[in-house]
Design a protein around this ligand. Structure first.
Ligand code: CP3
Length: 352
């Protein structure tokens, strides 16, 4: 099928489609019984990500149920610290735990040379997926943005007050810059290899961008993102990039203007009218259903989906969540969202 038949690529090229494309962040995961079943075969989550047979299978699972317009490679943002030689572990019920970096000497111990070989199974997964996904479905590759990956590398886990990384970035910015530079270089090479193996779109997750003030946001989120995009445009011309600067409020506008992203993914706190008026004239927008409304379901879910489609559907738009699908989500609620979008715009008439 010619590439321009893929809704995702058309939309990211600036086209407005009568029926917008949709996919969901974390569309593969624990809310699906078939995921939990496959997941049992590997105790170690990184090993699971590095086993192409399993990673291909769980990437395809949500497509079989809901026929999203995009598949997102099944992997994790923390394979980069793992490939750089930092100790990374995923603990049951606890999430990721890393041996935290605390000094320039710790950064200097990391090396990017082993990345292509270490992550070869991920590239193999991408290659197989590009051959196996349906012809009208686009394949999204991804990485964490340097700031967000650095948060885990320095804090050692998620969900902290980020006091270590804030202190480091404020008090010794030149040292901290060495870590960001290493991540820019490694991430750009990693994404280039994903594209060379068949990824058609790249998404950069900056889940922790919201804790930065304006100057910090420019230096630690916008600037590294811009550098990765510039490198990618040289190595892989024409590949669209979606940025996800989560919880940054109105600073999403400077993110769009200054990074050169083709699309911006927005969290559920971003007002729909503001997105339509301010961001959509500048780039394709993606979002932003509240993942808790997806858990709740019912009329509230129907109304929220329709409202998003009505407000953002008149310009280049990709339907998604404001953050990932959570494990408590009833799978049939995802089915309802798929039904509402696929029937759009006729479905609007059936909802009061
Ligand atoms: O979207 C997809 O379906 C593709 C796969 C994907 C995963 N993680 C799989 C995963 C993607 C795109 C990610 C991105 C990711 N990983 C982010 C950025 C997006 C966001 O959520 O903010 C971050 C911060 C991580 C780091 C991470 N990975 C955490 C904090 C956790 C633990 C929390 C949790 O949900 O379990 C993970 C583990 C993880 N990554 C799981 C999955 C499916 C669950 C692990 C399991 O099955 O046991």
């Amino acid at each position: 099928m010619s590439l321009d038949k893929k809704r995702m690529l058309r939309t990211l090229n600036g086209e407005t489609l009568a029926r917008p494309p949709f996919w969901l962040m974390r569309q593969a995961g624990r809310y699906l019984p078939e995921y939990r079943e496959v997941r049992k075969s590997s105790r170690n989550f990184l090993e699971f990500c590095y086993t192409p047979d399993l990673a291909v299978e769980v990437t395809l699972q949500p497509l079989r149920r809901y026929a999203m317009d995009a598949a997102i490679l099944f992997c994790d943002i923390l394979v980069i610290p793992d490939a750089l030689g930092q100790k990374v572990e995923f603990r049951e019920g606890e999430g990721p735990v890393l041996e935290p970096l605390r000094s320039l000497a710790d950064i200097k111990k990391l090396t990017c040379e082993a990345m292509p070989a270490h992550l070869a199974p991920v590239f193999e997964t991408v290659k197989r997926l590009s051959q196996e996904i349906p012809g009208d479905t686009a394949l999204i590759g991804f990485a964490g943005a340097p700031w967000t990956v650095a948060v885990y590398m320095v804090e050692g886990r998620g969900g902290t007050d980020c006091s270590n990384i804030r202190k480091w970035a404020d008090e010794a910015p030149e040292d901290f810059q060495a870590l960001i530079d290493l991540l820019v270089e490694t991430t750009a090479d990693y994404l280039t290899l994903q594209v060379k193996n068949g990824a058609e779109i790249i998404q950069l997750f900056d889940s922790w961008a919201g804790i930065l003030d304006e100057n910090q946001f420019r230096r630690w989120s916008i600037e590294p993102t811009k550098q990765i995009i510039e490198r990618l445009r040289k190595s892989c011309p024409g590949v669209p990039v979606i940025g996800f600067p989560r919880n940054v409020g109105k600073r999403a506008e400077m993110f769009v203007t200054e990074t050169g992203v083709d699309g911006v993914s927005l969290d559920q706190d971003q007002p729909l009218d503001w997105i339509a008026e301010t961001l959509q004239p500048k780039c394709t927008v993606q979002g932003n259903l509240d993942n808790q409304v997806l858990v709740a379901g019912g009329q509230e879910l129907d109304r929220a989906v329709i409202k998003i489609l009505q407000t953002l559907g008149n310009g280049p738009f990709i339907f998604n969540l404001g953050h990932g699908v959570v494990p408590e989500t009833p799978p049939e609620h995802v089915g309802r969202v798929a039904e509402l979008i696929k029937g759009w715009p006729e479905t609007a008439k059936s909802i009061s």
